[in-house]
Design a protein around this ligand. Sequence first.
Ligand code: ZN
Length: 286
Amino acid sequence: MKKTLVFPVLLFILSFLAQAQELVVGIKPEIVGQGKTLVIYLESSPALKDLEGKFLGREIRFYEVGEDRYRAILGIPLAIEPGGYEILFRIKTEEGLRIEWKEAVQIEKSVFKKETLSLPSTKSEMLTSKYLEKEGKKIKRTYKEEEVKQLWEGRFILPAEGRISSPFGAHRVYNEGKASWRHRGVDIANREGTEVLAPNSGRVVLSEDMEVHGGTIIISHGQGIFSVLTHLKERLVKKGEKVERGQLIGTMGQTGLATAPHLHWGLSASEVMVDPLEWTEKKIGD
Ligand SMILES: [Zn+2]
C-alpha cells in the first residue's frame, strides 16, 4: 500500500500564499500475520522537523533511509488478537505546523504448531529457575543498543544446515502441562559441531555462556533488528566484532535447556520476536 497525502500549509496568512506539505506513506504488507514483520515508509517534501508514530501502544522508532525518507520496521506480536489496528502518525513541518493522522493495519491469524516435550528433571528445573528471567532481561537489554545504520543486506540466510525441528511460534507444553510457552524462534537440528554462520551482517552485541540459553551470540543488524543464536557449543566471535553475512561465528551444540543438538535462531524487530524464516524468504525493507 502506498499513498500520497497532501496537507495544505498556510505559510503567510497575510499574503494568502499557501504551500503544500506532501507526504508519501507506504505500509507493507497490507495484511500482516501474527509474528510477521511490518514495514512503514514515509517520504516528505519539504523535509520534516519531527516525525513520531505510535502502534500497539508503543512509540515507533523511525530511521532515516535517504533524503527526507524514513522507515520503521515493526514486529507483530505472535499472540496479538487478529483484527484491525491503527498507526498514529504525528509530524511537525519545518514551518512548525503539527499534523496528525491515522493509517489502518490489518493483522491476520498465523498458523502455529502444537508441540509436547518432556524434559529430564535436571533440565526441567531450568524452566522455572531464576536464570531464565535473568537471562531474558539481559537479552532484552541488548535490544536497546542503538545502531542507526542498516548493517544487513538483502535476504537473511539460514545460519546452519539442518532440518527445521521446531518452527517459530509453536505452542510448547513441557512435561504434561507442568510448564508451557510459545517458541519465539526457529530450531535447526543437526550434528553437534555443525557450523553456525551469521544470518546477515552486523555487530556482535553479546557473546557469552548462559545457564538456560547456553552458548549465546546476539548480532545487531542495525535499526532495531537483532539475531539471537543459542545453545552453541563454541562461540568464535566476541562482543563488539563486526560480522559479515555467512561468516563462521560458532558451532552447534546442546548447551543450556536443550535435549538434542540444535541451533535456536530468534529474530527481534522493534523488540518483538518475529518469524526469522520470513527474512530468509524475501528482502524486507526494500
Ligand atoms: Zn528454539
